[in-house]
Design a protein around this ligand. Structure first.
Ligand code: NAP
Length: 280
């Protein structure tokens, strides 16, 4: 038996069709959903991410403005966020990572208004998520959860989350808890990671180490969601060693073609929801 592939592209395409109809309805009312992206200059990968969002968005009728920031300061970004926050023409705000050392994420997170924080990165959004009443959750975490749910309900299941970053692991663990999963969070100091991982009905991996998760981490039949994106010799590969995991797992999200394409689509869904909320 070989694991079923959890196809993020296919799910993304299906959701994009629904999203295009929501955009058309807004545009009929004269409302254009618009995402303003603040892109610190110098990082090639984040530039590509921003341009990919814009390319997908344009096909759906959503506008993406990319504001490139040369040598951004904390105060500079905060004041850009404040003006976007009060601009009715801006539905969603996104600050691309990584930020240079001259900009402090902590202060920037505090400035992001939850109503337009479409990637759920701000302190307000995270607080709402902890309290069980989120507005927008991080799109990557939402994509990982949807892929896991393609394979079945997570309620009551043992889920092991490897990674505890503020952008992926922590919010995803809270989202799983809200779905009534039994959640274990692992990180770089977890002892005997493989045996903890083998307890999982659903294994979520967001570490950033190519091929870290091999077959010995997998309970037979487990659902495995690979959130890792690593570029090795020009190829995009995940944190999961698909060759050794596929014969043991019940389902696996591939890299590429899993979490990535779905993340972009969910982020754009959030932009449209923000636009609907702003005028609704
Ligand atoms: P991060 O901030 O570097 O966090 C990595 C996490 O992995 C940390 O919690 C770290 O533990 C843990 N870790 C590191 N080495 C480990 C090990 N050997 N065993 C167990 N845990 C270990 O990374 P991130 O931003 O969460 O991103 C994680 C991965 O997801 C990256 O590959 C990133 O590119 C990818 N990603 C993908 C998308 C997408 O749309 N597909 C979006 C965002 C991120 P400590 O906390 O103890 O340091």
């Amino acid at each position: 038996v070989v694991a079923r592939l959890l196809d993020g592209r296919e799910l993304a395409n299906a959701r994009r069709a629904v999203l295009a109809a929501r955009v058309a309805a807004l545009r009929n009312l004269g409302i254009v959903p618009r995402l303003r992206v603040f892109l610190p200059s110098g990082d090639e990968a984040s530039k590509v991410y921003a341009q990919t969002k814009r390319a997908v968005a344009e096909r759906l009728g959503i506008e993406v403005e990319i504001i490139t920031l040369e040598a951004p300061s904390t105060d500079g970004i905060v004041s850009l966020i404040r003006s976007a926050a009060i601009d009715d023409g801006v539905s969603g705000i996104l600050v691309e990572s990584p930020l240079p050392p001259s900009a402090d994420w902590g202060t920037i997170r505090e400035a992001l208004p939850a109503a337009k924080d479409v990637d759920g990165a701000g302190i307000g959004s995270l607080g709402l998520l902890v309290s069980g009443n989120p507005v927008f959750v991080p799109a990557t975490a939402a994509a990982a959860l949807l892929l896991a749910e393609m394979a079945g309900d997570v309620q009551g299941k043992r889920v092991v989350m490897i990674g505890r970053s503020l952008v992926v692991g922590r919010p995803l663990a809270l989202m799983l808890l809200a779905r009534h999963a039994t959640v274990t969070i692992c990180h770089s100091r977890t002892q005997d990671l493989a045996s903890v991982a083998r307890e999982a009905d659903v294994l979520m991996v967001a570490v950033g180490r190519p091929g870290l998760i091999t077959g010995e981490f997998i309970r037979p039949g487990a659902v495995v969601v690979d959130i890792g994106t690593n570029v090795v010799d020009g190829d995009l590969i995940g944190d999961v060693d698909a060759a050794s995991v596929m014969p043991i797992a019940g389902a696996l999200s591939p890299v590429p073609g899993g979490v990535g394409p779905l993340t972009t689509t969910l982020l754009l869904e959030h932009v449209v929801t923000a636009a609907e909320n702003l005028f609704g």
